[in-house]
Design a protein. Structure first.
Length: 396
């Protein structure tokens, strides 16, 4: 293959569009990629026409001036690769592209070669990221507003209880623990959101889609963590205000549990499996499905959080003539024996939890939900051996 045929093959198969025009701005040739970008099928549709047919205003006027400056100065150089303009398709729609123009001496005359890189996907990604960022900022504002309202209500509760010195002391202790916990639990995900947002801007410039998706996922996880914290706070506030109503219903406990476990398995750690087993010939129960669902999700979430990878979690239900028993067992870090007496207190966290995130409200909420349904919570645990927590509901 001679050099001319090789050059023609390269131009014909190029991913980016390539257009040549003469010194008067008339189109001389377009490669297949350029034809596709502008919505034309045949080169003959454009050859001999002014290049302005492919440009909307104001880019059309800017481009004409651009060529005129080259004609008047005679300067031979590559025109800014980073220059972005819009193209006008045959159907009158427009699209963004990056344009690089060079002047070429060919057969004793000057022609201009334009290299066109379509930016439609990049611009769409930028727009999606902008919309997602705006939505994220709005979500954080809403969550912050909810948190401020909760703090205000806690302060009101403290003022109303000021007549009792013991109650005042207890509320102050809870507030101190709340502020300490909230400061820590909110700082980490918010820092992650801020860092990931900054890195997304960096990777966007490099068009590094994998890293953009990775940090978008981190932002979602951080927002999910913040949402979980606020849900715990709002659940506690409703319980404290006596606004949590119990709605007893008959439902199938097995189908109910299978749906929850399928959902929780999606957030389990690597090679961490949840095994479900039901005992008893009956599955019908008369409980509040909403309160029970929140309780089970809390227990399974704790089992996932405090167990390592490559482990399994046992979830068991049993319905007999006298009671309903629902238990979650893990082989995680366990709870020190001397601290188990404080397990169901609000904002309590065992000293061996380390940097594992948590509000210390989950088990307090579970116990109070169980009691509202006429049940109780039993815990068996040993440090470094695991924990079993059971919800017991007596029948009749």
């Amino acid at each position: 293959m001679d050099k001319l045929n090789l050059l023609h093959a390269i131009i014909s198969t190029a991913i980016d569009g390539i257009i040549t025009i003469d010194s008067k701005g008339l189109i001389e040739s377009m490669n297949p990629a350029a034809l596709r970008l502008f919505g034309y099928e045949k080169e003959e549709e454009l050859v001999g026409r002014n290049i302005s047919v492919l440009m909307p205003e104001p880019d059309k006027s800017s481009h004409d001036g651009y060529i005129n400056r080259y004609q008047s100065t005679g300067e031979k150089r590559i025109i800014g690769i980073g220059r972005e303009v819009r193209g006008l398709r045959k159907d009158k729609s427009t699209f963004p592209f990056r344009l690089a123009v060079s002047e070429v001496e060919y057969e004793s005359r000057k022609i201009f070669t334009g290299f066109i890189h379509d930016l439609s996907k990049e611009k769409a990604a930028e727009e999606n990221l902008r919309k997602y960022t705006e939505k994220l900022e709005e979500t954080i504002k809403e969550r912050t507003h909810d948190l401020r309202e909760l703090i205000t209500e806690l302060e009101i509760a403290r003022d109303e209880a000021s007549h009792s010195l013991e109650k005042e002391k207890e509320l102050n202790q809870l507030k101190t623990r709340f502020v300490s916990m909230a400061s820590h639990e909110f700082r980490t995900p918010l820092s992650s959101v801020q860092l990931s947002a900054s890195l997304i801007e960096k990777y966007l410039q490099k068009q590094d889609e994998n890293n953009i998706l990775k940090h978008t996922s981190k932002i979602k996880n951080s927002v999910g963590h913040l949402t979980g914290i606020l849900n715990d706070f709002l659940s506690l506030e409703k319980l404290e205000a006596g606004r949590t109503e119990v709605q007893f219903q008959h439902f199938d406990l097995v189908k109910f549990s299978e749906g929850i476990i399928e959902e929780m398995q999606l957030i389990a750690k690597q090679n961490q499996h949840i095994f479900y087993q039901h005992t008893g010939e009956r599955a019908d129960v008369f409980l509040d499905p909403s309160l029970l669902r929140n309780s089970i999700i809390n227990l399974v979430s704790n089992a996932i959080k405090y167990s390592g990878e490559n482990t399994f979690i046992e979830f068991n239900t049993e319905v007999s003539d006298s009671e309903v028993c629902i238990s979650v067992k893990d082989n995680g870090i366990g709870i020190p024996e001397e601290e188990q007496k404080n397990l169901f207190e609000p904002f309590f966290r065992a000293h061996n939890t380390g940097n594992i995130p948590g509000t210390g409200l989950g088990l307090n909420i579970v116990k109070r939900y169980a009691e509202l349904m006429g049940g109780d919570v039993i815990c068996q645990s040993a440090q470094n051996e695991g924990t079993t927590i059971a919800l017991i509901f007596k029948k009749g």
